[in-house]
Design a protein around this ligand. Structure first.
Ligand code: PEP
Ligand code: MN
Length: 318
């Protein structure tokens, strides 16, 4: 089968073994496969996402960025930090604060996908160096966005979780390349992409066979203008049903308003999200990017406590 260009996934259950074949299976005849004595049943799967889907992978995937930072399958993780790295002092101060409040990852953009070419574009490789310093000083693994294939090697070496932003969710060559890097990929849902398109994009990464994927719902474009985007919270249970991959919610981009972050973060936890990615800034009014949706370290600390309480309640057997 591999010689025909198909990907083979072997799933060993308690009493049965399933073999998944992904790729162009139109040339395979079900009858011919059934002639093998060990084959009991052949099933054609209609979902276009074979690797991200639950059918061949019934158990939840746990993505392990470091031993202490796991997400999925009951491991809940919070990624927090500024939209953009602005200076060493800024990222260090925020990293220390969010670590103190219990964040598991530090987020911070070095390469920024801005709608306007005249807006702050991020500090680039200098920003990445500052993220690395913050990791060294706090021990927090780092999450940062890749925008172009030219930085793949550097990201594979230096970054713990590689973010593919909403605007690049369907940049298929980039998805294929990050799928070969062997680092977890945080894949954000495109602004006008359906859940099935998100899962197909995840398959582009997973086909590389090396990089696990964390899915992220960050709000979609609708007719509503009261919020920056419409946070599709129903994506959490829908994705959990369709896919084994961890699901993270971004209430910052999902709403665009700092005062909506706290309630929507709690709602995401209640809906069953495996984690959150939240923009935190020590001086939101002076932020170079997304200050209006960034919460202060003080509010983040309160939110983390409330999340702890909520998770305790949710874990109780009622
Ligand atoms: C970000 O996380 O700062 C970002 C730009 O996200 P998105 O791709 O969801 O807009
Ligand atoms: Mn942002």
């Amino acid at each position: 089968m591999a010689a025909r260009g198909l990907m083979i996934q072997d799933i060993q259950g308690e009493s049965t073994r399933m073999v998944g074949l992904a790729g162009d299976t139109s040339m395979l005849s079900e009858e011919a496969i059934l002639r093998h004595e060990c084959v009991e049943r052949v099933m054609r799967v209609s979902e276009p996402y074979k690797l991200a889907g639950r059918r061949f992978h019934p158990q939840d995937t746990v993505v392990e960025a470091t031993e202490a930072a796991r997400i999925g399958g009951g491991h809940f993780a919070v990624m927090a930090g500024p939209c953009s790295v602005e200076s060493e002092e800024q990222i260090l101060s925020i990293a220390r604060d969010v670590k103190h409040s219990g964040a598991h990852f530090l987020r911070g953009g070095a390469f920024k996908p801005r709608s306007s070419p005249y807006a702050f574009q991020g500090l680039g490789l200098d920003g990445l160096e500052m993220m690395k310093i913050a990791r060294e000083k706090t021990g927090l693994p780092i999450v940062t966005e890749i925008m172009s294939q030219e930085y793949c090697e550097i990201f594979a070496r230096d970054v713990d979780v590689i973010q593919v932003g909403a605007r690049n969710m369907q940049n298929f060559p980039l998805l294929r390349e990050v799928g070969a890097l062997g680092k977890p990929v945080l894949l954000k849902r495109g602004l006008s992409c359906s859940i099935d398109e998100l899962l197909q994009a995840a398959d582009y990464v997973l086909v590389g066979g090396k990089s696990p994927v964390i899915l992220c719902e960050r709000g979609i474009r609708t007719f509503e203008t009261a919020t920056r985007n419409t946070l599709d919270l129903s994506a959490v249970p829908v994705l959990k049903k369709k896919s084994h991959l961890p699901v993270v919610i971004d209430p910052s981009h999902g709403t665009g308003h700092w005062d909506l972050v706290y309630p929507m973060a709690l709602a995401a936890v209640a809906a069953g999200a495996d984690g959150l990615i939240i923009e935190v800034h020590n001086q939101p009014e002076r932020a170079l990017c997304d200050g209006q949706q960034s919460i202060t370290p003080f509010l983040f600390d309160r939110l983390m406590r409330k999340i702890g309480q909520l998770r305790t309640v949710l874990a109780e057997n009622l």
